[in-house]
Every structure is written in C-alpha cells, then in structure tokens.
Design a protein around this ligand. Sequence first.
Ligand SMILES: Cc1cc2nc3c(=O)[nH]c(=O)nc-3n(C[C@H](O)[C@H](O)[C@H](O)COP(=O)(O)OP(=O)(O)OC[C@H]3O[C@@H](n4cnc5c(N)ncnc54)[C@H](O)[C@@H]3O)c2cc1C
Length: 507
Amino acid sequence: MQWRFPGSSTNTTGTSPPNAMPERALCLDRRRFLQGTAALGLSLACAQAFAQSPKLVYDVVVVGAGGAGLAAAVSAAQAGASVCVLEKMSSIGGDTQRSAGFMAVVDPDRQQPWGIEDSFDLHVSQTLRTGHDLGNPQLVRQMVEKAPAVVRWLEAMGVMFEPCVYEAEGTGLRRCIRPIAARGDGYIRALSHEALRLGVEIYTDAAVMSLAPDLTGAVRGVTVRLAGSTFPKFVSARNGVILATGGFGASDALVRKWAPELAELPTDSSASSTGDGLLMAGQLGAQLECMEHIECVTGVKSEKNIAVRLAAPADMIYVNDSGERFAEENEAQDALAAAIRAQHDGRCFVIFDSAAVASLDPLTQKSLYRALVADAIFSAPSLEKLAEILKIPAQGLRRSIETYNSRLDSGEKSGKCRTMPCKKIRKSPFWGYEAALMIHNTAGGLKIDVKGRVLKTSGEPIAGLWAAGAVTGSVHGANCSSGNGLTDVFVMGKITGEQVALAGNSR
Ligand SMILES: Cc1cc2nc3c(=O)[nH]c(=O)nc-3n(C[C@H](O)[C@H](O)[C@H](O)COP(=O)(O)OP(=O)(O)OC[C@H]3O[C@@H](n4cnc5c(N)ncnc54)[C@H](O)[C@@H]3O)c2cc1C
C-alpha cells in the first residue's frame, strides 16, 4: 500500500531560515567527538539525537551523506534553504570517502604548464565514446563545462588539490586532479564542515526506508528508521527530497538481477552501496537506465582483504595462467573485464618491475608494500623466480615480456603505447600478483534530466524528487571514464541543491 504523508498540506508554508543544530544533538555529539568516535571528528548528530529532535520539517531533505549528498546540502543551504541530511551508516562519506579522489576537469591553468592540450569538446566526445554513446549528451556537456567552476567552489570550501594532473584511464590525456588529503577525505571533510557551518543538520544511523508522496504523487518527505528504534519516523520536505544514496555494487540481489554473470564477484564499494534510492524511486515509477553496465576492476586475489589497485596501465601487463599477455591494459573497463573473464578459469596476473613501483605515488606504494608483507603480492629477483611463485610457466612469462619490450625498442606505437608513454619491464626485482575482478562502479541508475529531476518511464519528472551521483544512470553510459565519477557527483550535487532550494520560490 502506498503511504500518504500525514499533514503534508499543513507543512507547505514559506521557506524558513536554516535550522540550528538541536542543542541535544550538539551536546551528545561533542561527547562522541571527545571520545574520538565521531566520524572524521565532525559535529555530526546520531540517531539518538534525531529521535529526540522536535524539528522534522525542512525545506530540503537529502538522503545519503556521500559526495553528492553533501554537495547538494551545501548548495541548498547556500541558497537559503533549511536542510537535513540523513545517512544510514554510523559515519559519513560513502564510496566518495574510499575513492582515489580523482576528478576529471579541463583546466588550462593546470594542464598547459605540463604541455597538455585539452578542450571541453574533447572531454565530451571521449566521455560519450567510453560510455558507448549511452550517456545523455546534454548531461555530459553540462558536467564537463561546469566542472572548472565546481572545482573552484570546492577550493573555496578548503579542498586543496595537488599541482599535478594525472592521466584519465583510456583517454591518453592527463586531465585528472586530486586533493592533497588521502583518497576522498579532502572532499568529505571540506563539504561536511561547510554544511555544518551553514546550519545543515546531518544525522547518522538514520536509514531512509521510503519516499512519501502526497495524493498528487508529489514527494513530500521520507520515512526514516533510526538505529535502535522500532518505529520509523516521518520527515517532511517542503521543497523536495534529493536522493544521493550511491550505487548498488554491494547488493547481491541487484547485481544478480542486472548482470548475473558478475554475481558472486567481490566489490571494492562500500557496504552501504546497496541501491536503496533505486528501489525507493522505483516504487514511484522512476525509470532506470544502463543498469546492466557494471564496471569491474582488478584487485589482489587474496583471502587477506588487502586493497590494492594498480591503476598504472602504462607500466604493467596482464598475463594469463600460461604467462601470455592477452589484452591492452588501458582498454575500457568493460572490454578488459570481458577479456579477463574469457581466460582459462578467468585467471589473470599483473606483472610489473621495480621502476614502475618507484614511479607510483606514495599511497599506492604504501599499499603495495603492505600487500607484499602480507604475502598477497610478490617480488622476486628474476622473472623465472616470480613465475615459480605465481605458479605460471616461466617460459611463457619471459616470452611475453621479451615481445613486449622488443616492440617498445622498435618504437612501435600500437595498442596502449599509441596513447601512453609505455616503459619496458626490465628492472629487477620483478613484481606480480594474481588479480581478481571486483565490482567497482555501477554506471546505471535513475534517469534524470539536466536539473537532476527524477524522470518516470513516461518521461515526466516525479514532482518533489531529485537525484545526484552514483544513484543516477544518465551520465556515464556503459563505462565511467576515470575521474568522471566524482566530477558528476559534485556537479550534479551542486545543481540539485540549488534546484530544490529554488523550488521553494515557486510554491
Ligand atoms: C575504491 C573506489 C575508488 C574510486 N575512485 C574514484 C576516483 O578516483 N574518481 C572517480 O571519479 N570515481 C571514483 N570512484 C567512484 C566514486 O567514488 C563514486 O562514483 C562516488 O563516490 C559516488 O558518490 P555518491 O555521493 O553518489 O555516493 P556515495 O559516496 O557512496 O554516498 C552515498 C551515501 O548514501 C548513503 N545511503 C545509502 N542508502 C541510504 C539510505 N537508505 N538512507 C540513508 N543513507 C543512505 C550511504 O551510506 C552513503 O554514505 C571510486 C569508487 C571506489 C569504490
């Protein structure tokens, strides 16, 4: 039975000023902070505080405190709306927090000092091509053209970026920037601090269970289940609700439904990425798109739960269990995953040398050495010894590497070396590990328009409902080109926040 939000007609008065954090919440939270248990050391409020909060009416309710949700909350609050963010986990950040932090942006100030020529048109065409032309061209262009301003917006909040630009996988072009702070931490810290400064209320341990439409079908709020409480609470949203619940890489049921061939694969996504927003909006007739396009990447195959992702395709090769190289390592992720699955028993080994290790950034080096100590990655003085450890034929491995090196010697510019400065694999000690495919990114999700409004199968927007980030499926198409995931998250997060705040003016 469809739930009708009680009292929605009495809650449609004008825009109120941003709510202050309830005192009880702050006081509870300060204690948590002092105990060192509050996520990121921020003044977040937990479910217990929320249960006692009398304020359950906001202009904007944001579901999910990852990058998209926090960006939406900040921009809505900057536009004068009262905002509440509900996060189901006990800490904020989602996949954004665990990401590598790369954002793709065309920025001559950053790229030209390195001699890189780039343009909006090139970024748009590469994005569409990588996504097999399934992305919405209007949304892609909007993402690309708004990205530089969004980077400045993030910088104004305190995100500090490295001066380098990194190659966006598969594009042959250095277009990605990333914060100085490790992984996604820089974004989450800056956005959540700014949100709290603007009076946004952020509640953790608060899982949204369903959207609450009124009799006309317009979304007027959400039901939320608080950790430790039996009954759900209703939270009213005067202007609208923004779904920012992330992807569905950690949902066995959804992966099995949309890409059964990938069921059983592990994932490097956060356990929170279970597609909740898709299911909730689906109940209101939202259209889904590109759901079958689930990206996989290679990680270390090990029981030891060691997370290493060697995203340096110029400097390593993949071989199968005969020691034969079988793919261009910088192919689009869907093609690469298919090539790996086609090998005998789907087995694949990553091989590189110590020169490659030396050229990696310190964080990746650290994870490599940690894996080395844990016997999840191996290094050996010769290729023969490495082959013995990996239990693959030494002859096959040596032949693959000699062929690869001699092609580079002859200056052959084919395959990945056409677009990347490939280096020979020759400096001992040699490194290798058995790689396993992991579900990384779910490209599909809710169909949205350029304002982030969630569309029904009829093409009409669902009144009162917006979405941003990995819960949406309209931007990337079949593959998310590296760095575009976060660019989309922050661009669409900012846009939806502004749009929902503006929606109050038309009431
Ligand atoms: C290991 C890894 C590395 C990556 N590196 C990069 C990179 O370098 N560059 C790049 O562009 N992309 C990268 N990505 C992809 C990128 O991280 C994601 O696309 C992006 O973080 C998604 O942001 P989001 O805000 O949409 O979702 P998330 O950051 O996942 O946030 C969603 C939030 O919603 C919450 N939530 C879910 N359901 C509910 C509910 N029912 N009620 C309340 N809260 C809920 C979740 O707990 C979570 O906190 C990476 C992904 C992974 C897994």
